[in-house]
Design a protein around this ligand. Structure first.
Ligand code: ZN
Length: 242
């Protein structure tokens, strides 16, 4: 097994933010390798790539087939609808407009504060379910510049949640310092070629919700920032793997 695994969380339950994309699917496998039990949480906020949510059930079913120990650990899969996020956002993820860079240097796919909102809802759910470990795919190594993906932001929010709910949460971001190629490698370390192939085929990343064209890195429009990041990472990973 890979060196990234520890016994630190062997008797605990984790709540994984699981959208059905490449990053969260890899985080789910990571959590299954670390924790005794894993629950999942997805959000429906009117995103154009709501097809991600359809991918979740297929990914979960097939993860069970890859590893029987993981099958025994998989618990409830939750979905929270937060249509308010769509109402207060004015971005290319939730409206039918072209994806472009804004004057502030951020792509217009940025939903302000989205991860703060997601993690706060996740902590509220975790609180109710007696869970302290929350796993998310935030990454500031190979990302679109979203300030709510930064490690400093996650640490600050962890502190705020601890204070605001009078609990000790642990926000875990296993992808924070990995680029996209390293995320593919992590999937391989955790579940071998079977997991890499599962994520290629059944996870969804494209901002536009395209699943028509099949590329060697999976399905997507191939043009949006998410597709371009995923494709670039795949090419680097595949070249390194030979
Ligand atoms: Zn795309």
């Amino acid at each position: 097994m890979a060196s990234c695994m520890t016994e630190a969380f062997h008797d605990q339950t984790a709540l994984v933010l699981f959208s059905g994309g490449q990053d969260s699917a890899t985080c789910l496998a990571w959590a299954l390798s670390q924790f005794a039990r894993v629950e999942m949480l997805g959000f429906d906020y009117g995103q154009r790539h709501a097809i991600e949510l359809d991918c979740r059930a297929r990914l979960i079913d097939r993860l069970k087939a890859i590893n029987s120990a993981w099958a025994a650990k998989l618990g409830d899969s939750h979905t929270l609808a937060i249509p308010t996020l769509c109402v207060i956002s004015d971005t290319a993820l939730t409206r039918d407009v072209a994806i472009a860079m804004g004057a502030d240097g951020l792509p217009n796919t940025f939903v302000p504060g989205r991860n703060l909102i997601f993690l706060t809802f996740a902590a509220a759910l975790a609180y109710r379910r007696g869970i302290s470990a929350i796993v998310g795919g935030m990454c500031e190594t190979d990302y679109s510049g979203y300030p709510d993906c930064r490690d400093d932001t996650i640490r600050a929010l962890n502190h705020a949640l601890d204070l605001g709910m009078a609990r000790k949460f642990e926000l875990l971001t296993p992808l924070m310092w990995r680029d996209k190629a390293a995320t593919w490698q992590l999937a391989h370390d955790l579940g071998g070629t079977a997991l890499v192939d599962l994520i290629r085929e059944h996870s969804h990343t494209c901002y536009l919700g395209e699943r028509g064209a099949r590329h060697d890195w999976g399905y997507g429009c191939g043009q949006c920032p998410a597709c371009q990041l995923r494709a670039k990472g795949w090419r680097q990973y595949a070249a390194a793997a030979g």
